[in-house]
Design a protein around this ligand. Structure first.
Ligand code: UDP
Length: 211
């Protein structure tokens, strides 16, 4: 299943089908707690409870909701109910050497993860984003499309990085740190560490408001 029958879910479903190309299309469903319809793009939309009724059939769910707080809640809901968390990796994704990725990552088409990188739970890397060498990415981090995360950057839990943002590289001695829960606006050019919980925008990125 793809959990979340909205924009993110509709982008993830075809990638999931590609990953399991030997499985019939009818086996793939959406889960949504407020189903917008009964069907979406040819797939049934189930509520959580009706999905659980299928659980005898070795179900797993990809968490396709961009909001990281909701994503974390659903992550634990799935695990508590014995539903496996599904990772999704497009066939065009490039992952280089010594990369450790925890469960539930959604790696969209044309994402690149280079070498010596550690990534936490339920990471979303949207279209064309990259993560360069020696980065450490926390849990429930979201990259919109075309995020350029250069080397030696530490991205803490629940960070959201908007489309086209560029994060300057840090050094092994002093990584550039994006603090927990920070938001980086689309197109921002981040040249220095960002404190937890703030929103930064612009070039060079500056704090817009404290969270
Ligand atoms: N949703 C859900 N359970 C929740 C919170 C949200 O099933 O606890 C669903 C919600 O009904 C909606 C989707 O997740 O269909 C989120 O869609 P939205 O357009 O807000 O975000 P995106 O698809 O961009 O992540």
């Amino acid at each position: 299943a793809v959990y979340g029958a909205s924009g993110c879910g509709r982008s993830v479903m075809p990638v999931l089908r590609e990953q399991f190309s030997d499985v019939d299309k009818s086996a793939f469903v959406f889960i949504d707690d407020a189903p917008p319809a009964n069907f979406l793009n040819g797939h049934e939309i189930l509520t959580w409870n009706s999905f659980l009724e299928l659980s005898g059939r070795a179900c797993s769910a990809a968490l396709a909701i961009a909001n990281s707080v909701i994503r974390e809640r659903l992550f634990w809901r799935c695990l508590d109910s014995g539903v496996r968390i599904q990772s999704v990796t497009a066939s065009s994704v490039v992952v280089m050497d010594e990369v450790e990725i925890d469960s539930g990552a959604l790696l969209s088409p044309y994402v690149t993860i280079t070498s010596n990188i550690k990534i936490g739970k339920a990471f979303h890397a949207n279209l064309y984003s990259y993560v360069e060498h020696d980065c450490v990415i926390g849990d429930f981090v979201t990259f919109a499309p075309s995020v350029k995360c250069n080397g030696n950057v530490r991205v803490e839990d629940h960070v959201y990085i908007g489309a086209g943002a560029v994060i300057k590289q840090g050094t092994p001695e002093k990584p550039l740190v994006i603090g927990r829960g920070a938001v980086v606006g689309m197109g921002a050019v981040v040249t220095k560490s960002v404190p937890p919980g703030v929103t930064v925008v612009g070039n060079p990125a500056r704090i817009l408001r404290r969270g």
